[in-house]
Design a protein around this ligand. Structure first.
Ligand code: SF4
Ligand code: SF4
Length: 209
């Protein structure tokens, strides 16, 4: 089916009134109308997940966060592309972690704010991939990196969860770290590492000794 086979709908994208076939995504609708958008279109810039948009549908008071490539246009829809820089403050080299025994302590040094999660659920609401972001952060803070990483398999690094977080946690980078360390190490039992970490910090006393 060609793009012109679909029913025509009227939408507003980045303030531009556009009429285009309903079969098109928000990005395709811009191109269809003659606007050569490339900025923040990840598949053209090499970074998937960059095409985050705010979407408001006709008759719906909610403004939702979605991906421009996955948002099919509808009559009366308003779309705004979000462009913001990616954070650079979480830098680390996996080679600097000597063994899997050190992973949990290293995680809290790299992501000190992760332990401040308010459990507000903002990250879950903002995620266009439906990931249990908040739970992923919680699992990682407990050293359960394999489970945390599995939750982020569908993550496209759009940064919407990061933008939504009042504690400036970067949940997507927490997820990426979790996946990397799981692949890098044959992780030892997380409950044992967690208990040793608590002992190291003086948060756990052995009974009778
Ligand atoms: S976890 Fe965050 S970065 Fe990943 S897709 Fe969801 S909102 Fe985007
Ligand atoms: S938005 Fe931030 S503070 Fe709120 S639940 Fe998610 S990670 Fe925690």
């Amino acid at each position: 089916m060609s793009e012109t086979d679909g029913k025509l709908v009227n939408v507003t994208i980045d303030g531009k009134a556009i009429t285009a076939p309903a079969s098109l995504s928000a990005i395709q609708a811009l191109w269809h109308a003659g606007y050569p958008r490339i900025k923040s279109v990840g598949c053209l810039e090499g970074v998937c997940g960059s095409c985050r948009v705010l979407v408001r549908r006709a008759g719906d008071p909610e403004v939702r966060t979605q991906l421009g490539c996955q948002t099919l246009i509808e009559e009366g829809m308003q779309v705004i592309f979000l462009v913001f820089p990616r954070p650079t403050h979480h830098t680390y080299q996996l080679e600097e972690i000597k063994s899997s025994w050190e992973v949990q302590a290293k995680f809290h040094k790299i992501f000190p704010e992760a332990g401040h999660c308010r459990h507000c659920g903002g990250c879950n609401l903002s995620c266009p991939k439906g990931i249990e972001v908040e739970r992923g952060v919680e699992l990682a803070t407990k050293g359960r990196f394999r489970e945390a990483g599995e939750l982020f398999v569908e993550c496209v690094m759009c940064d919407l969860c990061l933008t939504a977080c009042p504690e400036h946690i970067a949940p997507n980078h927490v997820g990426l770290f979790s996946r990397r360390v799981t692949a890098y190490f044959h992780i030892r039992p997380s409950n044992l590492i967690n208990r040793l970490e608590k002992l190291r910090k003086g948060e756990f006393q052995c009974k009778g000794g």
